[in-house]
Ligand binder design. Sequence first.
Ligand SMILES: NC(=O)c1ccc[n+]([C@@H]2O[C@H](COP(=O)([O-])OP(=O)(O)OC[C@H]3O[C@@H](n4cnc5c(N)ncnc54)[C@H](OP(=O)(O)O)[C@@H]3O)[C@@H](O)[C@H]2O)c1
Length: 250
Amino acid sequence: MTQIALITGANKGIGYATARLLGELGMTVLLGARDETRGVAATKELSGAGLDARFVALDVTDAASVTAAADLVTAEFGRLDILVNNAGILRVDGPAGAPSATTLPTLREVFETNVYGVVTVTNAFLPLLRQAPAARIVNVSSEVGSISSLTDPASPLFALTSVPYPASKAALNMITAMYAKELRDTPIKVNAANPGYTATDFNSHHGFRTPEQAARVCAHLATLPADGPSGLLWGHLITIEGDQNGVLAW
Ligand SMILES: NC(=O)c1ccc[n+]([C@@H]2O[C@H](COP(=O)([O-])OP(=O)(O)OC[C@H]3O[C@@H](n4cnc5c(N)ncnc54)[C@H](OP(=O)(O)O)[C@@H]3O)[C@@H](O)[C@H]2O)c1
């Protein structure tokens, strides 16, 4: 049975690379994108490479759009094997992002996409994920959401001070743990991915990892075997030389 995978924010960056990788594994990949032109263009690239790729209109901050996407997947496939909650945004208040410079509009904007969007999409698609034999949910998070890392003076991330984005990913980590707990007696596994600092539009391509390396983290969690873990933050280990992945502290 061909697996069906939905990736949010799949028109570029890590989401697109994840869609490509899962497509190359033989899955039907549904590229969620909020902009039809960008979504269709990305889908055509993957279809042109011989993958079974379909565009799904999906703005994670728009409840009607999420419902319409879930209805479409219900009508077309009746189940969903893999959900990759990838769509995310980064905003910083002020030049240095000091906590005291945080504004509520920025905080709300970031949480709308990175936190509320994930809950909206997950809840809309959970009935379809329950229809799959062993669904996987991957929440694309970050080590920047690890309170342990950001408060450890020995961590390379200690210098970060901004509130909205790190707080949104810390919330996403907790959301991951809570869904994993609710679903622990089902075959569904829920994990948070740390793709590592990746060169995408997100950071004006300053990241030192490629989208393909980041996508491998997401694909690993999307294809965990039945005895694989649930409720972890897993992915790139910044303190270890090279392309090494493992479990990170929350
Ligand atoms: N790059 C890194 O170093 C890094 C590190 C750790 C974690 N991450 C996480 O990885 C994920 C992907 O980031 P990226 O680096 O690939 O960034 P990116 O290149 O900026 O891509 C972000 C994607 O999310 C989409 N998106 C944003 N808001 C959306 C919404 N409301 N509804 C649907 N799609 C929306 C964007 O669509 P548009 O094209 O329409 O804007 C785009 O497709 C994010 O969750 C990010 O937090 C990235």
